[in-house]
Design a protein around this ligand. Structure first.
Ligand code: SF4
Length: 237
């Protein structure tokens, strides 16, 4: 059920933003750094994909490589909760440009199951070292809302940097084939660096762009999986 819901969120956002013209194209990997955050449900998809592709050892090797990523201090929903409570919090920014280990010859090797943090990250202008990615406020607000829903979906589970959540998930018996090729200390240390996904505290919508994002959210909430509305599933009904 969680995986089906995750795909509805991915697909709904893709459809909602399909009119956007971006500069992104295959082989352009400027934004593929180690700063991607994910939930456990997204991590499980990646590990299952690697195993189905006969790449259990490959992904274990990638996860064992030295990393430079800094663990985030708060989850997206922690940040939203603090903002909604009127606290003065700044979004975390990471300037480490070390390439993601899943990038080979500028191609993402897990592209079909890349997490939402990679899916939404586009730019309307060609990025460079001196020109960061550009996206509209409405697009950014919508992607933040979807990020919040994905975290809500995975609440109480691991949330954090992709390179920590993946080895942390290797303590699940389903992934023991990957765990056997992974240094056990690495998995333990990775678990310590993850946070716990939190429930949705509310959305951060502006007066100007809120209506466009609300239409996306209403479409998602009205979608049915196994004849149940997604809003009811997310509310635990
Ligand atoms: S998972 Fe794929 S799309 Fe995401 S940062 Fe890594 S190489 Fe890029």
């Amino acid at each position: 059920m969680k995986t089906s819901l995750l795909h509805v969120l991915y697909n709904s956002f893709e459809k909602w933003s399909s009119n956007l013209t971006t500069s992104c194209k295959k082989g352009c990997s400027f934004c593929c750094t180690q700063n991607v955050t994910i939930t456990a449900v997204e991590g499980e998809e990646i590990l299952r994909y690697a195993r189905e592709q006969g790449k259990s050892s490959w992904i274990a090797e990638k996860l064992g490589l030295p990393r430079t990523c800094t663990p985030p201090k708060m989850t997206t929903n922690d940040f939203a909760k603090a903002c909604l409570a009127g606290k003065d919090v700044a979004p975390e920014t990471h300037h480490d440009m070390t390439p993601c280990p899943f990038l080979e010859e500028n191609i993402c090797m897990i592209y079909p199951v890349r997490p939402f943090g990679c899916r939404f990250f586009v730019s309307t202008l060609q990025c460079s070292a001196s020109r960061p990615a550009q996206m509209s406020d409405a697009y950014f607000e919508a992607s933040m809302a979807i990020n919040q829903l994905i975290e809500h979906l995975g609440q109480k589970e691991y949330w954090g940097n992709m390179l920590d959540v993946l080895p942390a998930l290797c303590d699940i018996s389903e992934f023991k084939d990957i765990a056997t090729s992974l240094d056990i200390t690495l998995s333990r240390q990775a678990r310590m660096r993850t946070l716990t996904a939190k429930p949705l505290p509310g959305f951060l919508l502006s007066e100007q762009d809120g209506p466009a994002v609300t239409s996306l959210l209403e479409t998602i909430f009205d979608t049915r999986i196994d004849n149940m509305r997604i809003e009811d599933i997310l509310n635990g009904k």
